[in-house]
Design a protein around this ligand. Structure first.
Ligand code: SAM
Length: 192
């Protein structure tokens, strides 16, 4: 098991696939354990690293994970088979904005296109159980958020969108959000 996790980490490094930083994934899996989370929706599977790590927390955990990139999705399918987790991790190879789900989840983990965080949040919040959580990764975005560093236009626009997302979370009265300086920055929003 440990070997296969290392293989995924190595593959991600070699092919420059952005997966969660170690500190971030440890924090996330501990949070899932502590809060007895059982049903998870993940936006942004990449090659299945975080989905596998989350599923390994407890054998009663079920995950639906969405990935729009065909190659990454195929790699995720292979990785999930290696861990015999096909019954507990359902992968959807679509753009998340084209996915309609009826089910409710204890945790929605947003880790996809950073500029779209508000839209992902608004699209899937109806799928969240009361008093449950929306977690978002890359809230600090390599330390660039609120840093006032001179940046190229595209990057500046992306950083601005993440800053807007942070404001959106702070001003959203339906949720209480805490921000953690862990990994690349993580927010946890609890539905009131
Ligand atoms: N959660 C993964 C992990 O830690 O192992 C990493 C996910 S990676 C940071 C983000 C992924 O989201 C990319 O593979 C990208 O193709 C996918 N993505 C971005 N926008 C998406 C969308 N609108 N719908 C589905 N997938 C999307």
């Amino acid at each position: 098991m440990e070997n296969s996790i290392l293989e995924i980490e190595r593959y991600a490094k070699e092919y420059k696939i952005p997966i969660m930083q170690k500190e971030g994934i440890t924090f996330l899996t501990e949070f899932i354990k502590k809060n007895n989370i059982k049903k998870i929706l993940e936006i942004g599977t990449a090659i299945g690293y975080s989905a596998i790590k989350m599923a390994l927390v407890d054998e009663n955990i079920k995950i639906i994970s969405i990935e729009r990139d065909e190659n990454r999705y195929q790699e995720a399918v292979k990785n999930i088979k290696k861990f015999n987790l096909e019954k507990r991790i359902e992968l959807i190879n679509k753009d998340a904005f084209d996915v309609e789900l009826e089910e409710k989840f204890d945790l929605i983990f947003i880790d996809a296109a950073k500029a779209q965080n508000i839209k992902f949040f608004q699209k899937f919040e109806k799928n969240l159980n009361n008093n449950m959580y929306i977690i978002t990764d890359n809230i600090n975005f390599h330390g660039l958020v609120n840093s006032n560093q001179p940046l190229k236009k595209n990057l500046r626009q992306l950083v601005k969108k993440i800053e807007n997302y942070i404001e959106f979370l702070k001003n959203n009265n339906h949720y209480q959000t805490k921000f953690y300086d862990i990994g690349d920055g993580i927010s946890i929003s609890v539905k009131r």
